[in-house]
Design a protein around this ligand. Structure first.
Ligand SMILES: Nc1nc2c(ncn2[C@@H]2O[C@H](COP(=O)(O)OP(=O)(O)OP(=O)(O)O)[C@@H](O)[C@H]2O)c(=O)[nH]1
Ligand SMILES: [Mg+2]
Length: 195
C-alpha cells in the first residue's frame, strides 16, 4: 500500500507494569516485535517512538527505526508519538499500534487497512463497543489538529477523535476475536509467558 507509515507507540512509563512493557515477552517475542510484525504487512516503513531512556535498549533488539518523541511535547502521551512520526514521515496515512497488545495479529492490520478512505480523517477499530484510538490509521491532514491539542496540553486521544471525521470499524465490518485488542497494563494481565 502506498503512503502508509507504521508507528509502534512505546514512549510510556510502564508505571503499572513495573518494567518497560515493550520488552516483556509473549510466546518468545518481545511485545514491541508483535506490533512491528503486525505493521509490516501494511506499512512501507515503520518507526518505534519511545523515550530517551529506552532508545539504546531498542536499538540492541531491533533493526527498525527508533526515534524519540519530539522534545516540545515529550511526556504528553501517545498523541505526542503520532505527532512526532507525522512530522518525520511524508506518508498520507499513519498506522498506529501500542506496544502492549501481545495478542495482536497481522490479519487485523490487513483487514483494517482496507478501510483507508480519503473521505475520513481516521479509521479506528471499535469492535464490541470499545473504541481503540491506538489501533487505527490517522490521515496526515489531522496533523494541525494534533499540534493544536498538544499546544493546549489536551493530550486525550478522544479529543482528537471528537474533532475528526472518523470511520469506526466494528465487528460487523470484520470479525475478530476480542482478545486481540487486550492491552496489558500490569504484569499479571497476560498468560502464556515464555521468555
Ligand atoms: N510515543 C509515546 N508513546 C506513549 C506515551 N505514553 C504512552 N505511550 C504508549 O501508549 C500505549 C498506551 O499507554 P499506557 O497503556 O498508558 O502505557 P504506559 O503509559 O507505558 O503505562 P503506565 O505508566 O502504567 O500508564 C503504550 O504503548 C505506551 O508505550 C508517550 O508519551 N509517547
Ligand atoms: Mg500511561
Amino acid at each position: 500500500m502506498k503512503g502508509m507509515t507504521g508507528v509502534v507507540l512505546a514512549g510510556g512509563q510502564s508505571r503499572r507494569f513495573g518494567s518497560p512493557k515493550a520488552f516483556a515477552k509473549f510466546k518468545g517475542k518481545y511485545f514491541f516485535e508483535i506490533a512491528v510484525e503486525t505493521l509490516r504487512t501494511v506499512a512501507e516503513d515503520i518507526y518505534i517512538v519511545s523515550h530517551p531512556s529506552l532508545v539504546d535498549c531498542f536499538r540492541q533488539k531491533t533493526v527498525e527505526k527508533v526515534i524519540m518523541d519530539d522534545e516540545r511535547y515529550r511526556g504528553q502521551g501517545p498523541l505526542a508519538g503520532i505527532y512526532t512520526v507525522m512530522k518525520k514521515s511524508e506518508a498520507e496515512w499513519i498506522f498506529v499500534l501500542p506496544c502492549d497488545m501481545p495478542y495482536m495479529r497481522p490479519e487485523v492490520a490487513e483487514k483494517l487497512a482496507k478501510y483507508a478512505n480519503e473521505k475520513f480523517d481516521a479509521i479506528i477499530c471499535a469492535h464490541f463497543g470499545r473504541i481503540q484510538p491506538l489501533v487505527g490509521m490517522y490521515h496526515r491532514r489531522t496533523f494541525e489538529q494534533i499540534e493544536k491539542l498538544l499546544q493546549a496540553k489536551d493530550n486525550r486521544m478522544k479529543s482528537l477523535l471528537h474533532r475528526c471525521h472518523v470511520r469506526y470499524v466494528t465487528e460487523q465490518d470484520f470479525w475478530e476475536n476480542e482478545i486481540v485488542f487486550r492491552n496489558v497494563n500490569k504484569p499479571n494481565e497476560f498468560d502464556d509467558i515464555v521468555t
